[in-house]
Design a protein around this ligand. Structure first.
Ligand SMILES: [Zn+2]
Length: 254
């Protein structure tokens, strides 16, 4: 057989290709931990919204930005960044690479105080003009862990990406990482959204109870994640009289 050596080579190539494809399958294929299977980041329309110029990155979760000549320090919501060590340096360096010379669109958590104790604005940052969700990107790339003093709107999304980054050992989750990010105090899983009122029972009037927080400007259903850390019970009528407006997350009666 004249052709057999040639065929042998071809077969070896095919085998090598097949084996290569098989080893790639767990990463490229479907399944629970494929990146394709992750929930999509929020798609925001930032048209006609001002973008803040990024002046400085102070830490893996702290930015200095400027708009119309006014400087503002942003504390990125949901991110635990270590105070010292190489993990902290890496998180800050990553954020610098992501945002140096760029601008960000800024959003706030509607039922949190606007600023933290150090007068920094609690914020979600989205890179302009592509809308990259910066808070999520830090988690997704394994530069930060999820942590926050209160539940927040994008908590579930960030948590899902954190689990994924951990599973595939990205960034600080890599076994080769020089220093792993330490466990911050954990917040509890988000509460389930309250069921709407049974049909036939209007949700208005003085008997409907709603809930407000110490610093918030919104009123909520009892099971909203915003009021899990303690809340004041009011009637809907009282809440409205005091100028509270309905939460857009739990959609309480209006
Ligand atoms: Zn709410």
């Amino acid at each position: 057989m004249k052709n057999s050596p040639k065929l042998g080579v071809a077969h070896r190539w095919l085998l090598a290709l097949l084996l290569g494809a098989l080893t790639l399958l767990p990463v490229a294929g479907g399944g629970e931990w494929a990146e394709d299977a992750l929930p999509k980041p929020p798609l925001k329309d930032f048209e006609n919204r001002p973008a803040f110029e990024v002046l400085d990155v102070r830490a893996g979760n702290v930015l200095v930005v400027r708009l119309s000549g006014e400087n503002r320090i942003l504390r990125l919501i949901g991110l635990y960044a270590p105070k010292s060590g190489s993990a902290e340096d890496e998180a800050r360096a990553f954020l610098l690479r992501l945002l140096q010379g760029e601008s960000v669109y800024v959003e706030y958590e509607q039922d949190w105080p606007l600023r933290d104790r150090q007068d920094r604005f609690w914020a979600y940052a989205y890179r302009a003009p592509d809308g990259l969700f910066v808070n999520l990107e830090l988690i997704r790339q394994g530069y930060a862990r999820l942590s926050a003093p209160e539940p927040f709107e994008h908590q579930k999304l960030l948590r899902t990406y954190e689990l994924w980054a951990r599973k595939i050992q990205k960034g600080v989750w890599s076994p080769r990482a020089p220093q792993r990010v330490q466990d911050p105090p954990r917040s509890q899983p988000a509460a389930q959204r309250a069921a709407p009122a049974p049909p036939g029972q209007p949700e208005t009037g003085a008997h409907v109870k709603v809930y407000v927080t110490k610093h918030g400007r919104k009123y909520h259903r009892k099971d909203c994640y915003h009021v899990r850390r303690g809340a004041l019970e009011l009637t809907l009528k009282e809440a409205k009289a005091k100028g509270y407006t309905p939460c857009s997350h739990c959609k309480p009666p209006e």
